[in-house]
Design a protein around this ligand. Structure first.
Ligand code: ADP
Length: 664
């Protein structure tokens, strides 16, 4: 079986969770408030019963032994102490004082029983001539005195915050619960011996009931400790304890009670009664074993499926998994490890991992492993290239991730090993292609530059000759002169196009990333375009929120200049040009827009206009060379962004571009 150790790992982490989850149990503290209030109210009622001579108030059930006045006082103090300890930390001292008073009352009452001391503690609270007649009715039973003393003592121990004292106090609460439970069983089955524990004083029903209630609530202060922990945990055992305990208890109590009734009313013989009781216990036990086995089987099945799934995932993992101990001895490997290293599983298990690492990488590997075991929580990056070796001795580059695995036998390391031979090969290929691409690009740029530059010269010569012809031969006919002028303007246009081409090639060559105040930059562009703005009468609005960004300032300025000058240039004749420049911040980007109310663009040209030398209008209508938007696209892409247009013919256009929020 692969990775048997996962079983222990899981168990350990569950155990650790349970130890650490005291905080999560604060929900049980809520249970304490109503319990302490109910106990306090019933104690006050009992005290009132004694003061106003209303017997039923002190016994709750008619004919039952009443709770003694001093017991009621002590129990009231203790319930308040529990409440203050758990919910009013500021009243901690008061709670401690109440517990000490409770302890004193309990110990005095107990010592009266043991040593017959004077003065009688009961006399502190009431006169001896209270109606109830018999002497023992006034005296607190030794069981109650014991419960009060133990309860007060455990509360004081609890307050020390010492772990050992906490555990002891938890078991003391359980002791009180047990004593009270025995007394209550005594009442339920009418067994005086269990009510008085062979003393002349029986513990009153109400006292036993309230103590049981309060001790169970107090054990919730540390819900993970003692028997309480069995009911509050999150494991299958706790779940089962919660589900079964109360039904089992109720079943046994009912069976016992029916047994008593049959015996009391002589319905059946004593032997038959015992036989039936035994039989019913057997049946109840069988039913519960049945339920438990079904639940356990279900849980086991789930666990088995989960384990099989885990094994499947481990086996199907596309990387080699190697589990080793702190000495480097291999404990387990998966199927892929066999494929990667060429060894069989049995050949690897029990051997040292050094068999998988070539000589030259061993020191680095050991260093990494040692630093990992020194602090497994810290990531151990393998920045340098590490090599592994196959069975046949061939070496290959790997990537490793180490993960700590806690087991019963100490800390282990799970190594995720990925063979990166192919990746390395591809990276090298890409690198080679990148270099080739860069040199091709440079060649192209060079070609563009040289050809544009060299073309300028003959064009200038042609222009000069046209000018010479025009100046030196005044006798030329007007027709020839018209031809010459047409030639001149064509050559000039060609010269401008070549110049634009040169600029396009050069764009971004000497770019420098700089913190750029976009608001300032836009205002500078507007001031450069002042004449065009005035001539056109354009109204330009620059919205708030333009940021300071790291950008190629010169190029960004050109981008804004092109968009704004286009917005002015492509205005409608029948409307005052209105231009709006906005900006918004997106996740990792800034998005700028330049909107106008100009002539607009048909949607079929939305893509095309960003290509070089693409123009939609005649030169005579709107002058230009069709290079501005191509430049804009290049600049936006240079900033890791893009540019696009939204427009409606005759209504206006919005050019939007995004740039990366660079963080150098
Ligand atoms: P140019 O302005 O030199 O013609 P551009 O590359 O800047 O070249 O623009 C390409 C074409 O896109 C323009 O010829 C024009 O038809 C269209 N265009 C650009 N901006 C606008 C705008 N704001 N409104 C309408 N059309 C525009």
């Amino acid at each position: 079986m692969v990775f048997v150790t996962f079983k222990n790992i899981r168990y350990k982490s569950i155990k650790r969770n349970i130890i650490n989850m005291a905080g999560r149990y604060t929900k049980y503290l809520g249970f304490i408030i109503p319990v302490t209030i109910i106990v306090a109210v019933l104690c006050i009622t009992a005290m009132a019963g004694w003061i106003f001579n209303i017997g039923i108030l002190a016994s709750v059930l008619p004919g039952f032994n009443p709770m003694k006045f001093n017991t009621a006082v002590s129990l009231l103090l203790l319930s308040l102490a529990v409440l203050f300890f758990t919910h009013y930390r500021k009243l901690n001292n008061v709670a401690q004082f109440l517990a000490i008073v409770g302890l004193t009352l309990g110990v005095l009452s107990l010592s009266q029983h043991l040593f017959k001391l004077e003065p009688d503690i009961n006399g502190l609270f009431l006169d001896d001539d209270v109606e109830y007649g018999q002497e023992h009715i006034l005296i607190m039973s030794p069981q109650s005195a014991l419960c009060i003393s133990v309860m007060a003592l455990s509360l004081l121990m609890l307050n020390t915050r010492n772990t050992i004292y906490r555990v002891i106090s938890q078991y003391l609460f359980h002791l009180i619960t047990l004593v009270c439970f025995v007394v209550l069983i005594g009442y339920a089955y009418n067994v005086p011996y269990l009510q008085n524990f062979s003393t002349p004083y029986s513990m009153p029903f109400l006292t036993a009931f309230l103590f049981l209630f309060l001790s169970v609530a107090s054990s919730m202060i540390n819900p993970t400790l003692g028997i309480t922990g069995i009911f509050t945990g999150n494991m299958i055992g706790n779940f089962m304890a919660r589900r079964l305990f109360f039904s089992l208890l109720a079943g046994i109590l009912c069976a016992g009670y029916i047994g008593i009734l049959t015996h009391r009313y002589h319905v059946i013989s004593a032997e038959l009664g015992v036989a039936l009781l035994t039989l019913s216990f057997c049946l109840i036990t069988l039913v519960f074993i049945w339920i438990v086995s079904i639940l356990l089987n279900k849980a086991y099945l789930k666990l088995k499926i989960a384990k099989e799934n885990l094994n499947m995932v481990v086996e199907a993992a596309p990387f080699a998994l190697v589990l080793s101990d702190n000495k480097g001895d291999i404990i387990e490997v998966n199927k892929h490890a066999e494929k990667v290293f060429g060894f069989l599983r049995n050949e690897m298990i029990g051997e040292n991992v050094s068999m998988l690492i070539p000589e030259e990488s061993r020191t680095m590997w050991m260093e990494k492993r040692n630093s990992f075991f020194a602090d497994p929580t810290q990531p151990t990056p393998f920045n340098d290239e590490i090599l592994a070796q196959r069975k046949n001795g061939s070496k290959f580059p790997i990537e490793i991730v180490l993960k700590p695995i806690t087991t019963d036998e100490g800390l282990k390391v799970l190594s995720f090993v990925i063979d990166i031979t192919l990746r390395k090969r591809n990276e090298e290929l890409i690198q080679k292609q990148l270099i080739e691409l860069q040199s091709k690009n440079q060649e192209l740029e060079q070609f563009n530059y040289i050809s544009s530059h060299d073309l300028q010269e003959p064009l200038r010569t042609v222009l000069n000759y046209i000018q010479l012809l025009d100046e030196d031969y005044p006798e030329l006919s007007s027709e020839v002169k018209t031809h010459l002028s047409a030639m001149q303007s064509s050559v000039m246009r060609m010269s401008n196009v070549v110049k634009s081409l040169l600029e396009f090639g050069r764009l971004g060559r000497n770019r420098k990333l700089k913190l750029t105040d976009c608001k300032l930059l836009i205002h500078e562009v507007l001031s450069d375009l002042n004449t065009a703005i005035k001539d056109s009468g354009a109204i330009i609005t620059v919205c708030e929120g333009h940021p300071k960004v790291f950008a190629y300032e010169t190029e960004l300025r050109q981008l804004f200049q092109n968009l704004i000058s286009n917005a002015i240039k492509f205005r409608r004749k029948d409307a005052i040009p209105r231009i709006e420049i906005t900006c918004r911040k997106l996740n990792g980007y800034y998005e700028f827009s330049v909107s106008d109310n100009g002539i607009g663009i048909s949607s079929k040209y939305f893509e095309r206009i960003f290509n070089i030398f693409q123009r939609l209008n005649k030169e005579s209508e709107f002058e230009g060379h069709g290079i501005g938007l191509a430049n804009c696209r290049k600049i936006a892409e240079m900033h890791g962004g893009k540019i696009w247009v939204e427009s409606e013919e005759g209504k206006g256009s919005t050019f939007t571009f995004r740039i990366l929020n660079f963080k150098p």
